[in-house]
Design a protein around this ligand. Sequence first.
Ligand SMILES: Cc1cc2nc3c(=O)[nH]c(=O)nc-3n(C[C@H](O)[C@H](O)[C@H](O)COP(=O)(O)OP(=O)(O)OC[C@H]3O[C@@H](n4cnc5c(N)ncnc54)[C@H](O)[C@@H]3O)c2cc1C
Length: 250
Amino acid sequence: MPCTIILPSPELYPFGLGAFRLEKGSYGILIFSYGKKYPPSTTAEIVKCFEPVLADYEKSEIIRKILDEWSQQGEWNAYHDGRNIFNHYEKMGDKWPNNFVALGDTVVTFNPSFGQGMTNAVMHAGALKDVLDAHIKDWPLHNFAGVSKKFQKAASAISFNFWAGVEPNDLQWPTTEGERTRFKDFFAYFQKHVWKVACNERDKLFQFNLVSNGLADPPSVFFHPSFLFPVLKSMAFEYLTATKKQVKHE
Ligand SMILES: Cc1cc2nc3c(=O)[nH]c(=O)nc-3n(C[C@H](O)[C@H](O)[C@H](O)COP(=O)(O)OP(=O)(O)OC[C@H]3O[C@@H](n4cnc5c(N)ncnc54)[C@H](O)[C@@H]3O)c2cc1C
């Protein structure tokens, strides 16, 4: 088992846990949380906190083993880092300084569980090259006025595509700040089922990762019948199960 990840869920538990093989029998472990709820930072608290999650999860042996080993070792230092902030520098207009650019994480930090930050930063670097190339062609005297503003617009457009995919899901957490709309709620619901389908089939997971890393167009993947039908089936199944439970309850 090269990698095991338990994703947090607004309905079940706020913490996520991942274990992955490094080398020579050693493992890395990752703990993450949503909604301004930081995971505990002592080994005893971690073991206690994850006990119900692990009891729930059939493939948890390796994580349990690592936690057991940890609990016999000394304490460790927790690293707390705030994520999911989109700085709209492109909206600063003339207040944005000339000959100064912001790219990568300085523009936007994403929910790390989708692994998009590096791609976003690399695409920003590519956009900066394009903006400079175009500018130098028109302005041989190398007057760079306006280049920074042009770049911030391009960078923001790149990040928006990633952001639009993860924001609705993040807004499901009550402590997330941002505009909530019915469309975003539906999108998060749809995305939950996309994720369920992707988790059960290797090639769909691959396609999901292509989309979340900006390497494939979301509608062409998720609205393709081979993806859309299982997603609709999963939604219908959830709806029918919930209705059945409700009828029984009444
Ligand atoms: C837990 C976690 C997991 C992640 N997992 C993934 C993943 O799986 N896939 C993925 O694509 N992305 C992932 N990311 C996001 C990814 O790491 C970042 O988006 C990416 O590194 C951003 O690159 P950057 O160049 O903008 O910033 P950084 O990589 O942060 O680079 C900024 C650099 O500037 C230096 N610096 C800061 N201040 C100064 C200063 N005053 N003077 C000089 N240097 C300074 C810093 O030391 C740093 O080296 C993850 C992030 C986290 C926190």
